[in-house]
Ligand binder design. Structure first.
Ligand code: FAD
Ligand code: 2HG
Ligand code: ZN
Length: 477
């Protein structure tokens, strides 16, 4: 089928969404480049529907006329999944205008939102009702619930609350041909056949465009204790995590690893900020305990844990936040690691997960493998150790340009790290998804049966391969 000429597409879509909600030409620029400016695409138009009905009509028109569509939320993806390729043939659908909080049901502990609500707005709406929506990621001011669902986002509280897949009860989505899947149920029990909503979670906009969701709410913690702790090694961190679970049980909410190069990078990036610890240490963890009880008991539990860690030789030094301001400062250091790398350039992102029992061995082997390839690499290793997810992000040597390091090392380094994670029973993408960045690598790590099933699901929902084409799924061979 020959697709209509660009002006025809723009006229047809403008007729559905109105002139101000159908952008073309230079107005599309902000929607065609990814967060890290690594993927520079082009779009025939950017459409910003105001309702599910408008989006349904946009999709039906694009489907009939063979026009590819790329869904976009907050465009904070680190995998190139939210922007079109550079052919200029695709329409970007931005959910920005579908940003209404529909309902907070404090009795049912549910929050119903349109997909374009930002994560921070969703969290605020929950908090205003005395509840917690527990997904917590550094991009919360920009990323949207639809994007969080489509990537099955994780973040710093997965250890306690699970990832986005665990936090959703209902989904509404527009299918590639314009039909609407209405699964906006607010039920914790519903065994009426296949759990179709989960198909849209983690499928990175390749099966449908999520327009609304019902999310689970939790009790708002009444107290917390946060500590920045130097540990003897990653193995000591794992042992301390075990001790934390024994001492504090369910209260262990976050357990984040930080390597020395990660801390150095972020302190340099933030300028005036200081390390919470006096000395310099190779490995640190940020621990957060939260509960519905009073603050004293949690601080006591934290101190008890750290003392046990000191005695066992796991802990080298520790700072317990003395106030909410301290706690925020500790967390700021952790949350800025990603942007500090983006600013520095030349970081090779490996977002891997391995079973906790093998994570320390993995870090040791992967570090050796990368240093064998380029001994001056700065090992920015950090992340959600509590749930087995490390961001293993080798960074260019200080005196090498990002372009030179990437050209010389990207493929070898990322393949070496991913292969070691895979060999340790791990995943090459723990929480960021596949997008374009890891698409072709899937053939190395997924069995032919898994890949064939993925394509069969894709073809069942998107037989013309028009929705976010060439993302996630490697071309069949
Ligand atoms: P986008 O980037 O717009 O899109 C992501 C994918 O979802 C694309 O494939 C897109 O096509 C699709 N999509 C978007 N909206 C929809 C929709 N409504 N329906 C269907 N498909 C859709 N991720 C984590 O998991 N944990 C972290 O801790 C974390 N921290 C981050 C920190 C920083 C500073 C940054 C920049 C990113 C971080 N991320 C993290 C990655 C990113 O923020 C998440 O993947 C987030 O869930 C993406 O949401 P978004 O709205 O920006 O989606
Ligand atoms: C984080 O945990 C994010 O900070 C981003 O997942 C990770 O930039 C990264 O590699
Ligand atoms: Zn992360």
């Amino acid at each position: 089928m020959t697709t209509p000429a660009s002006p025809t597409i723009v006229v047809a879509l403008t007729a559905i969404v109105g002139e101000r909600a159908c952008l073309s030409g230079a107005d599309t620029d902000a929607f065609t480049t990814d967060y890290r400016r690594l993927y520079l695409g082009k779009a025939v138009a950017v459409v910003l529907p105001a309702s599910t009905d408008e989006l349904s009509r946009v999709m039906a028109w694009c489907y009939t006329h063979g026009v590819p569509v790329v869904p976009q939320g907050g465009n904070t993806s680190l995998m190139g999944g939210s922007v079109p390729d550079d052919s200029g043939t695709a329409v970007v659908v931005s959910l920005k205008r579908m940003n209404q909080v529909v309902e907070v049901d404090a009795v049912n502990d549910t929050l119903t939102v349109q997909a374009g609500v930002t994560l921070s707005a969703a969290r605020s709406a929950a908090e205003a009702a005395g509840r917690l929506f527990p997904l917590r990621i550094g991009s919360e001011g920009s990323c949207q619930i639809g994007g969080n669902l489509s990537t099955n986002a994780g973040g710093t509280a997965v250890l306690r609350y699970g990832n986005m897949r665990d936090l959703v009860l209902g989904v509404e989505a527009v299918l590639p041909d314009g039909r609407v899947y209405s699964g906006l149920r607010a039920l914790r029990k519903d065994n009426t056949g296949y759990d179709l909503k989960q198909l849209f979670v983690g499928s990175e906009g390749t099966l449908g465009i999520i327009t609304a969701a019902v999310l689970k709410l939790m009790p708002l913690p009444r107290s917390s204790s946060v500590a920045f702790v130097a540990v003897a090694s990653p193995a000591a961190a794992v042992a301390l995590l075990g001790e934390a679970k024994r001492t504090a049980g369910q209260a262990v909410t976050a357990f984040e690893l930080v390597s020395r190069p990660a801390l150095d990078l972020v302190l340099a990036y933030l300028g005036g900020e200081k390390s919470p610890l006096a000395g310099s240490h190779d490995w640190m963890v940020l621990i957060e305990l939260t509960a519905g009880t009073d603050a004293d008991s949690l601080d006591q539990t934290m101190v008890q844990l750290l003392e046990a860690g000191l005695e066992a030789g796991l802990v080298l030094d520790a700072a317990v936040a003395a106030s909410g301001t301290d706690a925020l400062a500790f967390w700021r250091i952790r949350e800025e690691i990603s942007d500090a790398q983006t600013r520095t350039g030349g970081s090779i992102k490996c977002d891997v997960s391995v079973p906790l029992s093998r994570i320390a061995g993995f870090i040791e082997e992967a570090t050796a493998a990368v240093l064998a390839l380029e001994p001056r690499t700065r090992m920015v290793v950090y992340g959600h150790m509590g749930d087995g997810n490390v961001h293993f992000n080798p960074l260019r040597p200080a005196d090498t340009s990002a372009a030179d390091y990437m050209a010389a090392c990207y493929t070898q380094v990322s393949h070496a790290v991913d292969a070691l994670a895979h060999a340790a029973g791990g995943s090459i993408s723990a929480e960021h998804g596949i997008g374009v960045a890891k698409r072709d690598d899937l053939t190395l790590y997924k069995s032919p049966v898994e890949l064939e099933l993925m394509w069969q699901v894709k073809k069942a929902l998107d037989p013309k391969n028009l929705l976010n084409p060439a993302k996630v799924l490697p071309a069949p061979h």
